[in-house]
Design a binder for this molecule. Structure first.
Ligand code: DX5
Ligand code: ZN
Length: 228
């Protein structure tokens, strides 16, 4: 089994660019990943089950294929109703972290299972899910993901109304010095990066803004420059 320690997550709190492979041509994943090169800190892998979200994407077999090609930190965003049933498959495939949605119910046991399997673990919240749903997990997780669009599809518009919640999560992390990254996902581009970083985000997921660009590596570098 592949364990998280093999995959470098980078220094806690440093800005990380996480290109979302949802915006790739899935038949050319290796090429796209190589195109972004060292401007990619993590690779964001969107897993959708057609149930938690109204779309179906990819799962453990694609994570395993990616893992044969790269040592990158594979940040797996599980938009699925029953993650516990699949965590072993993700761990065996070489996932570095799994992020679970708080809307599906109590995640305490699933978080513990992910850790036993050697993965890092995060919790995700939809744009209309309140901070109070996230707060209990802060001592337990490595990552909080604040969705800045409703999950399911790439290429949607950023929702600025999520910014106060991002700032609230940042304040809570800092107040207790939790070892926790704060990730944003959805509509992140050159126009929205400054606001999310100002609110306290440290991990920026971007699909269309990177893989939809003529020069994905340049686009990732430009996002990083905006964030610093
Ligand atoms: C949406 C996914 C996102 C998506 C972001 O449900 O979770 O990761 O790929 O795509 P962009 O950056 O195009 O909004
Ligand atoms: Zn995502």
């Amino acid at each position: 089994m592949s364990t998280t320690s093999q995959h470098d997550a980078g220094p806690l709190g440093a800005i990380k660019i996480a290109p979302s492979i949802l915006a790739c041509d899935f038949a050319r994943l290796n090429d796209h990943i190589d195109e972004v090169g060292e401007e990619s800190d993590w690779l964001h892998v969107d897993v959708m089950d057609g149930h938690f979200v109204p779309n179906i994407s990819i799962g453990p077999p694609v994570v395993a294929s990616l893992r044969k090609h790269t040592n990158a930190f594979l940040d797996c965003h599980l938009m699925i109703t029953d993650p516990a049933d699949y965590l072993e498959a993700f761990a065996n495939a070489g996932a570095s972290s799994v992020t679970l949605h708080v809307e599906i119910g109590d995640l305490t046991d699933t978080i513990a299972l992910a850790r036993r399997l050697g993965m890092r673990v995060g919790v995700a919240a939809n744009p209309d899910t309140g901070f109070e749903m996230i707060a209990p997990y802060l001592p337990l997780v490595d990552l909080v993901l604040c969705m800045t669009v409703f999950p399911g599809f790439g290429g949607q518009s950023f929702m600025p109304e999520v910014l106060p919640k991002i700032a609230q999560v940042r304040a809570a992390i800092d107040a207790r010095s939790y070892a926790c990254e704060l990730e944003v996902d959805g509509g992140i581009d050159l126009a929205t990066t400054a606001a999310v970083v100002e609110a306290g985000a440290t991990v920026l997921v971007a699909g269309s803004a990177i893989f939809g660009a003529v020069d994905p590596k340049g686009a990732a570098a430009a996002l990083r420059a905006k964030a610093l």
